[in-house]
Design a protein around this ligand. Sequence first.
Ligand code: HEM
Length: 421
Amino acid sequence: MTGAAANTTSGTPLDTPEYNIDRSARCPLDPAPAMRARQAEGPLVRVRLWDGTLAWLVTGWEEHRALMSDQRVSVDPFRPGAPKLSPGEVAAIDVLKKEGKRSTGTSFILMDDPEHARLRRMVTSAFTIKRVEALRPPTQRITDGLIDTMLAGPKPVDLVEALALPVPSLVISNLLGVPYDDHEFFQANSKTIINRETTAAERSAARGRLVDYLDGLLGEKLAQPREDLLSGLAERIKAGELAREDATEMGVLMLFAGHETTANMITLGTLALLQHPDQLALLRDTEDPKLIASAVDELLRYLTITHGGQRRVALADIEIAGQVIRAGEGVIPVNEIANRDPSVFPDPDRLDLRRDARRHVAFGFGVHQCLGQPLARMELQVVYPTLLRRIPTLALAADLAEIPFKHDGFVYGAYRLPVTW
Ligand code: HEM
């Protein structure tokens, strides 16, 4: 590895390896071979991005946690040096800059403190143990209802369509306070946005409809508050603590941050269990909530669907792992590879539902660590055991090679998972 003095972004040496997240078709649930190769080189290595710029790839678990919780690291994509992973991302920021905007419209997930903390605090109460536990019985009912429908219909069935997408969609509707009658509209538009075949224009139109819808719903909550997240935000608007536009953006953030992520975990978790029948049997046959909780965390670690790297930029020189990250340099902490760090998770490529995986970084780390993690954990703790117990003969209805995995995008998953029983 090169010394600190040589580590500047100028010069972009051609022998610097490329940033590459392509997974192997034979092992679609394992991190990309190139990511593993970088990890073997060290916990902090340079990579060359698509436009020739260099960034620091963080492959070590310890360095990942240190940098993600370092105040000298920013998440703001407007800052010079913030890594962009495609021409589309550069263009999107350029458009916003030209319009004089200083925010991406994705609320606090891409903001630094103190504004990030101010907005995040306004929604934390929706994710307390008590509030999340209150959603467990409805989540169980939703899951059972969807499985009833699956069992009553023809097979094979696409698990994504039948279970993985509707569960988080219905749970988030519940959390936000979307009336039951609007579920179909809400789900149809969310699905359009997530669907691979959707064009950019269709996606933007569907997003616009959801933003308008959430804004209208906020208006209703302002007039008639209830016990839900949007009503909580409506109270803040009334108290003069929050602009209505910021409240709408937060609603949209909750919807998107908690939807496709949980859906992909349901899909890939089921696939991983089907590939490991001994582990599947362990989860299916237990009533022990501790084992179920540890199984969910191990699946989160093993699959780490938020793949390809979080994006950050250094605000000051940071000395770490014998290197110096200079102010203005891009930093890419890679969750999926930190979660396979053998110094923290022995035999990391083995799916072992009994291991203590709680130190994983599948939900990120530091101030931006996933706000919805108690909710996501609860949903997965309900869905996997229910599915396995109610359909004990569940099986894949396609070869692994036929499953369309989501290699593009920041959330790994599968577009379809045909199953039968
Ligand atoms: C298994 C499912 C999920 C996974 C793997 C996941 C993963 C993540 C990760 C890695 C981050 C950190 C992003 C960063 O540091 O840049 C994050 C942030 C976030 N997640 Fe999740 N998430 C999941 C489910 C949910 C759910 C159900 C919700 C809410 C309904 C949610 C809401 C959020 C929010 C609001 C943030 C931004 C936090 C902040 O910036 O302070 N997530 N999530």
